[in-house]
Design a protein around this ligand. Structure first.
Ligand SMILES: C[S@@+](CC[C@H](N)C(=O)[O-])C[C@H]1O[C@@H](n2cnc3c(N)ncnc32)[C@H](O)[C@@H]1O
Length: 325
């Protein structure tokens, strides 16, 4: 099912963007894409430094990062359905994307702290909150600070989405450790679904396990990651594209697939899914082929019509889903 920004936020973003000519947004969007594409420049780089750059991020990138965060939170909630989330901290929040996603998943979310070094993103986040129905979002405190030297505000849910990759490797590991200390319930880290993003997630996973965190998703175990060679663990979130998105980013399709890697850990022990689907299922006639990660390593499962429950489930599952048969 495609993810889409809550309508009030999408409308508010588009209204704010109306003050900027489409050609200017289009150029800012192209510059943003180019900045993210150049992987060498990724770490330690400020990708956005102008008002139009932040608006282009809001219109063209935030729907995709929102989709990836939603999918990661859904995987957490599947494994920890009773987790109580009344407060959250969003690290490297941009305009508050992870708060929008958490507000849609945790109706009891009352308060959020957004930590962001860029004052312009904080201003945009505040404008968006002012423009939407206040009941749809928790009360948000904005903290303009660098994650590099911050005492992270404790919360039930801590999220770092698409932000740690902008820190030096050592610095990011240190933030992960402080983020875990600040976590009362769950910590979710999301990065782009590139080999670089996955390697970072793998490092964070190892560090969190060494600190006693309980792996909730996507991994079905807390053993060594079995991914080897040139392969990398990543998933895809389908996200709707608005007409403004299509205008400034180009392309005709009404959706795009955002590739992401993530790790979700919890303070309390949980029973992770027995297996996770690592590729689009192949569905030739009379059989479904699933590539799955299991506690015993990577496996290929062939599900035929003879196994009725498994067969019906296998017809419906997608890349990234848990597999329980
Ligand atoms: C790609 S954006 C992600 C924004 C948002 N989390 C999302 O998923 O849409 C990365 C954000 O992290 C922020 N950031 C990067 N390094 C930071 C640091 N050291 N301290 C605080 N914020 C940082 C950037 O300013 C930017 O807003």
């Amino acid at each position: 099912m495609p993810h889409h920004l809550p309508d009030p936020i999408r409308r508010a973003l588009e209204e704010l963007a109306e003050g900027t000519p489409a050609a200017v947004l289009k150029k800012a969007c192209a510059e943003l894409s180019e900045s993210y594409r150049s992987t060498q420049a990724h770490a330690r780089k400020r990708h956005v430094s102008t008002r139009e750059g932040r608006l282009a991020y809001g219109v063209s990138r935030a729907p995709a990062t929102f989709g990836a965060i939603c999918a990661s939170l859904d995987a957490l909630c599947e494994v920890a359905p009773d987790i109580a989330v009344a407060s959250m901290t969003d690290l490297g929040s941009g305009p508050g994307t992870a708060v929008w996603a958490a507000a849609a998943r945790f109706p009891a979310l009352e308060s959020a702290t957004c930590v962001e070094r860029d004052g312009g993103f904080i201003e945009l986040g505040r404008e968006l909150v002012a423009a939407v129905e206040s009941r749809s979002l928790p009360s948000i405190s904005w903290v303009q600070a660098s994650l590099a030297d911050l005492t992270i505000p404790p919360a039930d849910l801590v999220v770092a989405a698409y932000s740690l990759g902008e820190l030096p490797v050592d610095g990011a590991g240190d933030v992960v450790e402080r983020a875990w200390k600040a976590t009362r319930g769950a910590l979710v880290i999301v990065e782009p679904g590139t080999t670089e993003g996955y390697s970072a997630i793998r490092r964070y996973r190892d560090r969190l396990i060494s600190l006693g965190a309980n792996v909730a998703a996507p991994c079905p175990h807390a053993g060594e990651c079995p991914m080897a060679g040139a392969d990398w663990c990543h998933f895809a979130a389908r996200v709707d594209r608005s007409s403004l998105h299509r205008r400034i980013k180009g392309g005709e399709l009404g959706y795009e697939d955002e590739k992401y890697s993530y790790i979700a850990v919890t303070r309390e022990p949980v029973a992770p899914a027995p297996a996770r689907i690592l590729r689009h299922p192949r569905k030739p006639p009379k059989v479904v082929e699933l590539e799955i990660c299991t506690p015993a390593g990577l496996r290929r499962a062939h599900v035929g019509k003879g196994r009725s429950d498994a067969w019906h489930a296998a017809r419906r599952v997608h890349w990234g889903d848990s597999w329980r048969y």
